[in-house]
Ligand binder design. Sequence first.
Ligand SMILES: NC(=O)c1ccccc1
Length: 504
Amino acid sequence: MSITRPTAAEVAELASDLYLSMSLEEAGQYRALMDGMFAAYDIVDAMPDMVPPVTYPRTPGYRPSGEENQYGAWYYKSEVKGAPDGKLAGKTVALKDNVALAGVPMMNGASTLEGFVPTYDATIVTRMLDAGATIKGKAVCEQFCLSGGSHTSDPGPVHNPRKMGYSAGGSSSGSAALVAAGEVDMAIGGDQGGSIRIPAAYCGIYGMKATHGLVPYTGVMPIETTIDHTGPMTATVADNALLLEVLAGADGLDPRQYAPKVGAYTEALGKGVRGLKIGVLKEGFEVPGTEEGVKDKVKAAAERLAGLGAEISEISIPEHPLTAAVWNPITLEGFTAQMMHGNGMGFNWKGQYDVGLFDAHSAWRSKADDLSKTLKICMLVGQWGLSHYRGRYYAKAQNLARRMKAAYDAQFADYDLLLMPTLPMVATRIPAPDASLEEVVARAFEMVAATCQFDVTGHPAMSIPCGLSDDLPVGMMLVAKDYDEAVIYQAAAAFEAEGDWTAF
Ligand SMILES: NC(=O)c1ccccc1
């Protein structure tokens, strides 16, 4: 097989797309000199692709409905049994549907990707199976992971198991709902703006966005390399620490990983919080739309930690709202360039690329009208930044991200943890199918200004359920310095041991 060569007329067309003035004759002259380059393409085309081996058998699975899918949280059910023993023996796991499980369909919440079947397992899938986990299938996620509400996926809305008709949060909506409903012990989520912590908070479970690069992202569909995270969502702190222990560490294939430092997370449990210094972040309570019921429960949780011997003081980081602003150009232009123009994974990095995903996802161009409203508004702003401003605000925001990180790091010189509400509000109603554009967009993005800071800085951040407000869960967020997930687990376990949080 040889790859298709352009005609001279096609070269002239390409030239014009690239702002070049080129006559057909000149195009023909260039064309004649391309044969050596295309011969190299033929050699590449003839070689087999490099893909990680698939090590545990699985069936293609099926799409459950009715009783078997009460909350709309399952995309596919397919059982994969891992090793006979290991740290996760006896544990059941659901994967966010942007995580590749070879042989089982993956649509990442988008009809434009429907029908895609990955050919290899994500690194974290192999790690969990090697540790003895049983994978139960794929959990619905929001379209291309681009919403904090659970109303934007093409398989349909995901309901909050605590209250039908209410948002499960996004974008790891199905992952949180399945854990909250007790259908699986553990789930994998993804977080570029809050997508692990938002649904964890709305559903009342534990969700950890670990330090950027601690967990290998290989085989997970990206949004933007510098803010991509994947990680554990669980019903208990111990399970969360255990799962992170299995997931963490370099795999040699992911450009997000720069010498990650893996901790002994389960060993941090049971140590208590005596002497830990916790800064209660003033600006974390001032995010627009923050409800009194949320503030009260999170402040009460801080007092409870003080009662256990932690040293609690209020601190201020004026950069907190600025960091949320910096997230916007990075995410909107970065995702438009990488996920949309770059066919999912983009270019210019070394590691494992999913060739089949390039082929399948690139078809969004012929079905663009089917994209979600939330994706459309993000892509329109991102494209404006790229085309009108030529990406200068993306570039500037990436520089400013270092100043933002330094502002938090200055506090970590004095404090072990920062504490704040995960989200301004408790779960909201799922918008009706005929809801206005305004409502659809508001329910998707209104909470992101509380969580996205730590996607920009990369610091580890975990949502911990700490009480009910209007009968719906409130999340407390604990944040630590890079690679200090252990101290978060230490405090989370001490808080969890205080008893049933739904009674707080
Ligand atoms: N993937 C995310 O974390 C995200 C969350 C909310 C809005 C956009 C993106």
